[in-house]
Design a protein around this ligand. Structure first.
Ligand code: NAP
Length: 285
């Protein structure tokens, strides 16, 4: 059943990373609520189901500047401006930092950080012309707490948090809201890609047991049915709220782990956290 979109958000919604998981669930939710929804992904063929329910689909690799420009221009050609930009595309490069090449680290930031920031830069003039808009970034509890084996990914999400705190007051005078959504673990393709990122790392055998234990621990953390693990649909509902509520909070922490993890971390001394992490992910069998 279609409901009319709230009057406050007038323009269309553009979402990145809609081939699976949270992006796909969010695109379906916005569309079913009556929004003009531009679902984007690297592979158009991965969004047939979204097209079938009325989403417009665009090919968009968020690391490709020509594609970023073309996507924003396609929306503006028909609607004048993007109403809501949902920066969702992202993946987790995990593994010991000593083994992660700078190229892999750059790729992590190109996708998780620079891709979304560049899209925001491209969307902002249109939003300004339209008198307002909203930028919703899918961040993570990983942007508040860093853990052994997750340095590359967590650094990218910490960067998203820093950028949002700067961008929010910069663009507020133009009627543009910046909202970060910080979920805890979600059962999606994220886990498979993360585990692959560990197994693909080169390097000598020094960290071999650490990598195996890290993979085991991340599987336990992210697998469906695990403590605090959410569905993509649940997180999509919070993204929808962040995008449409008249007075959004700057941040929405989603799930128990995201809501209480950062507080627990802030109250625990660094050395104790280090010890606990070495116990949780030892570099031994
Ligand atoms: P997912 O199922 O793996 O979806 C990730 C999406 O990002 C896929 O559509 C993927 O497309 C896309 N993507 C990756 N690189 C891209 C690029 N260069 N250009 C365009 N799209 C790209 O995982 P998810 O859990 O839904 O992740 C969505 C967001 O939630 C991410 O930002 C992630 O960091 C965040 N998050 C996830 C969790 C979790 O536990 N799952 C927790 C907190 C936050 P391809 O199919 O083409 O690779």
């Amino acid at each position: 059943m279609n409901r009319s979109p709230p009057l406050l958000i007038r323009g269309p919604v553009l979402i990145t990373g809609c081939s699976s998981g949270v992006g796909r669930a969010a695109a379906a939710l916005f569309r079913r609520a009556g929004f003009e929804t531009f679902a984007t992904a690297r592979q158009l063929s991965a969004m047939e189901d979204l097209r079938a329910i009325g989403c417009r689909t665009l090919q968009l690799d968020v690391t490709d500047d020509d594609a970023r420009r073309a996507a924003v221009e396609a929306v503006e050609a028909d609607f004048g401006a993007i109403g809501v930009l949902v920066n969702n595309a992202g993946y987790g490069q995990y593994g010991p930092l000593e083994d992660i090449s700078l190229d892999a680290l750059r790729r992590q930031f190109e996708t998780n950080v620079f891709g979304g920031l560049r899209l925001a830069q491209l969307a902002l003039p249109g939003m300004r012309r339209a008198g307002g808009g909203r930028i919703v970034n899918v961040s993570s509890v990983a942007g508040r707490v860093s853990v052994a084996g997750g340095g590359a990914y967590h650094a990218s999400k910490f960067a998203l948090e820093a950028l949002a705190d700067a961008l929010r007051p910069e663009v507020a005078p133009f009627g543009v809201e910046v909202v970060n959504v910080l979920p805890g673990p979600i059962a999606t393709q994220f886990e498979a890609r993360l585990l692959k990122s560990i197994s693909e790392l080169e390097g000598d055998d020094l960290y071999a047991p650490f990598k195996r234990n890290l993979a085991r621990r991340m599987h336990g953390f992210l697998a469906k049915g695990g403590f605090g693990v959410m569905s993509a649909e649940h997180v999509a509902k919070i993204i929808f709220k962040a995008a449409t509520t008249p007075h959004p909070r700057p941040r929405y922490s989603v799930g128990l782990i995201a809501r209480f993890g950062p507080l627990a971390r802030a109250l625990t001394p660094d050395r104790l956290v280090d010890r606990l992490m070495r116990l949780a992910i030892p570099n031994s069998e």
